[in-house]
Design a protein around this ligand. Sequence first.
Ligand code: PEP
Ligand code: MG
Length: 573
Amino acid sequence: MFKGIPASPGIAIGSVLLLSKKTEEILKSKITISSVEDEITKLKIALEKTRNDIIAIKEKIIYDIGSKEANIFDAYLQLLLDPGFTGKIEQIIKEQKVNIEFAIGQVLESYLEFFNKIQDPYLKERSRDISGLVDRIIKNISDSHIIDQKKMAGKFIIVAEDLTPADTAELDKTKVLGFITEKGTQTSHTAIVARALEIPAIVGVRGITSNVKTGDIVVLDGERGFAVINPSSKVLNTYKEEQKRYLAKNRILKKLKKLASITKDNRKIELNANIEFAEEVGPVLENNADGIGLFRTEFIYINRSNLPSEEEQFNIYKTVVQKMGKKPVVIRTLDIGGDKFLPYFKIPPEQNPFLGLRAIRLSLVNINIFKCQLRAILRASAFGNVKIMFPMITVVEEFIEAKKIIEEIKIELKNKKINFDENIKIGAMIEVPSIVLLADELAKNADFFSIGTNDLIQYTLAVDRSNETVAKLYDHFNPAVLKLIKMAIESAHKNNLKISVCGEMASDPLLAYLLIGMGVDELSMNSASILNVKGFIRNIKFQEAIEVADKVLKMNNSEEIKKYLQERMKKIK
Ligand code: PEP
Ligand code: MG
């Protein structure tokens, strides 16, 4: 049995598909004739990506060390253009109808055989370079396409070292029963996407990839974070029962759908949904959310090979907005950087991506990309109740600058006689401690706030939200974090703004209790959690939640806070 971090609830039982990034373990799979062209396109994208990677590394080496040391990279670049190398890979795919990874492995083998016969130690060393290059190409195939799920027969549970948010977004729910990774945490975007897709998942499971093989039976308990490999029939039956119970509980929750999200003493708490894909509007309506509190639009940009056009984006936003009817849709502008990257849009290599060119910072230096998105959002605002939100605001000036760009686009659209909502509301994410301290000033410029606790915790406690080795420090109960949340709420209310929480904290009743007591007006979460939180809200008294929050805010120890909240929860029927 393995223990990891529960990332997405649900119980999955099935056979393992072990994803390995090591070339020597790459499996040969036959592909259909009609897939050959796709496979070659994939190869070309991976080669281009690898070329860009190498150019970026070379530039960094020149900058850090010197141009002489960077020469080796020219050899890589030449090899990538060498028809004897890339052409051979293509030829194997075409002739043998095999997957791209296997074809590359074949070519690598022939190179290694050649180098093995050579005595010259310098040239021998070059064989390691080629292996490294091949690993990178394969990684780049994996990054954009971890596995061609369409080619796989049956259903499976993926076990991998890591899945990027882009990998996860591509998982085919009809094939993938769940996944287990060695890396990651509950608030990494990979986990967020798993919850959005309602795929059970456990992350941060150390050692799992070296202890399972493809075909092993595994039970994945996404609620408690357990994985049992090749379980006894007794354990298997227990989990089958557990799976039934989980599904039955969900059926009971559905009965809350039509009921209001209101406490026993009549405090209404708006419950909104976070979405990553337009297709999620179905579950949002299914769970009767009051609106969409966070549309993470960057997922429109990932898993493709070029930027989405204004028209494409407009159509996506318009569909979502129209399907939501009169309900509000908060569209957050592009939040790329950190742990989310675009294969076709290179950010120069960064030592600390979460502290680098991310979110609004990236939009403000790539004005054309930003304007294109804003035009699409503004045009979609003519079809419903749209609000715009900027991510990762650190200083008030960023917000003012971004707003100014919206004003410019409004004039442009007016001149072209294109419809949009002239009074569109513009809000800020509160997810960096500096902006909490400056929230009074920001409130004078913004229409609403939404606290991104996932990042607020990361930036307050200086702990990478996706790094499982420091996950212990990533603490929702930390009194510093709670004090910042309270400050943001007070600043919003003092300036008559509504404030929501759209980080993962909102979906956990224990923490939602505290947030409600601190005064938040709205909670936004993955749709699957909405009815559970609603059921909880209908059982509490707002006045008691305020008392609880007041008490907690006087405490200085995270453990004490957690224990106190757990005790109070026991009193709620
Ligand atoms: C957050 O940081 O809490 C948030 C909601 O945004 P994201 O998780 O997309 O960074
Ligand atoms: Mg965030």
